[in-house]
Design a protein around this ligand. Structure first.
Ligand SMILES: *Cc1c(COP(=O)(O)O)cnc(C)c1O
Length: 401
């Protein structure tokens, strides 16, 4: 029986006529330069690509704040970059301590188990950051070779703000530090070399405001030496860092690189360099603080302690009697704004990463969110929220451009 040709709807008929404003926990809107670069295909080997790769690496060194030569791209989601760090640094019997305070940090632990790591989880209650005395005790007890931690735990909107201290304790215990910076890189300071972090991973579609599917990893010299010392090759051929270095360091073939996505990443990194990290961090801090104050002025409650809230995603508690799934579908259908629910917690999440973090997007999102809550029967004071957003943005001197 031959398979008949399927009936296909055109993309134009499937996609909304007016694009949704993507204000969830990723993917985020991309700048026009990134979108344009993503439409170009060039030879994945050869001089032009080699020069572009060189520029991606030097811009990434600035964004990761590292002098390490070991910047490698990954054709895959942020999770593939996480897996690349794990599959290269962990092998059967490697002792791993995973600091887990949510969905993504627990994913590191699962990945380490799957490559045979001897994984101990340091469970931190949701919404809280690890207690340093407890961490020190766990390091002394477990004596791990690798510690994993999420700098920003997007799932619970929790900011592990003392990554520098975590890394210091781990280094003192002779342990390599692997940090997930998918939602924090370029939104809040992360000093890879100064803090002595050995592997930092990020995806494209969050803090960097690039496309999903092309990710980056930065490895310290110490991490590279451990990879060189592996007793056998890592189990995942595509994620083998030494093979990937063929392309990222010697302009030769590993697998066909996602050229369009790398060009998009080049543009996203170039925009960050032009903005400068200082200004970008200030934009995220200013916008996030303003949005948080506005949500509270509207009469709603933010999730988490003020000092452990991310500047890249904010969590809002769902008032009693309202269904969080209904909030997300209503705001999308009625106001053309996309926000995120959560994994388990009764919160909704509004993203503030890269292009999301612009005053005009914040006003539209606050209006859409406040109106949605009112439509669903919550008591909210939307004018008070909008006034607070304006006042807070003026106070930090943030201009909408
Ligand atoms: C989104 C996210 C990931 C996973 O990224 P994917 O591209 O979905 O694989 C990992 N860690 C954190 C902190 C994230 O926010």
């Amino acid at each position: 029986m031959p398979i008949a040709q399927p009936t296909i709807e055109t993309l134009d008929s499937l996609l909304p006529a007016e694009p949704l404003l993507m204000m969830g926990a990723g993917p985020v809107p991309i700048p026009a330069r990134v979108a344009h670069a993503n439409s170009i295909v060039i030879n994945h080997l050869g001089d032009t690509m080699a020069r572009i790769i060189g520029q991606v690496q030097s811009m990434a060194r600035y964004v990761f704040q590292t002098a390490s030569p070991w910047i490698i791209g990954v054709a895959g989601p942020g999770s593939a970059a996480m897996e690349m760090s794990i599959t290269n640094l962990v092998w059967p019997g490697t002792k791993v301590l995973s600091v887990c305070n949510g969905y993504f940090s627990s994913r590191f632990a699962e990945m380490a188990r799957r490559v045979g790591g001897d994984v101990e989880v340091l469970d931190v209650p949701l919404g809280e950051v690890v207690d340093l005395a407890q961490l020190e005790a766990a390091l002394a007890r477990v004596r791990p070779t690798v510690l994993t931690v999420a700098h920003g735990e997007t799932s619970s909107t929790t900011f592990n703000h003392h990554l520098a201290d975590i890394a210091r304790l781990a280094r003192a215990a002779g342990c390599l530090v692997v940090a997930d910076a998918v939602c924090t890189l370029s939104t809040t300071p992360l000093l890879m070399d100064e803090w002595d972090v050995d592997a930092v991973v990020t995806g494209g579609q969050k803090g960097l405001s690039s496309i999903p599917g092309v990710s980056l990893i930065a490895l310290s010299q110490r991490a590279w030496e451990r990879i060189e010392s592996r007793p056998s090759a890592p189990p995942h051929w595509c994620l083998d860092a030494k093979l990937a270095a063929q392309f990222w360091h010697h302009a030769s073939y590993h697998y066909t690189a996602p050229v369009s996505g790398i060009l998009a990443l080049h543009e996203a990194l170039h925009l960050i360099c032009q903005e400068t990290l200082e200004r970008r961090f200030a934009r995220h801090a200013g916008c996030s603080t303003a949005m948080q104050r506005a949500i509270e002025a509207m009469g709603l409650t933010l999730y988490g302690r003020p000092d452990s809230r991310l500047h890249s995603v904010i969590g809002i508690e769902v008032p009693a009697g309202i269904d969080r799934k209904e909030i997300c579908s209503h705001i999308s259908r009625r106001y053309r704004v996309e926000i995120s629910g959560s994994f388990g917690l009764d919160i909704v999440r509004i993203g503030q990463m890269g292009e999301q973090c612009r005053a005009h997007h914040l006003f539209r999102t606050l209006h859409a969110f406040g109106s949605t809550m009112r439509d669903l029967g919550a008591q909210v004071d939307l004018p008070a929220g909008a006034a607070e957003l304006e006042r807070s943005l003026q106070r930090v001197g943030y201009d909408a451009a």
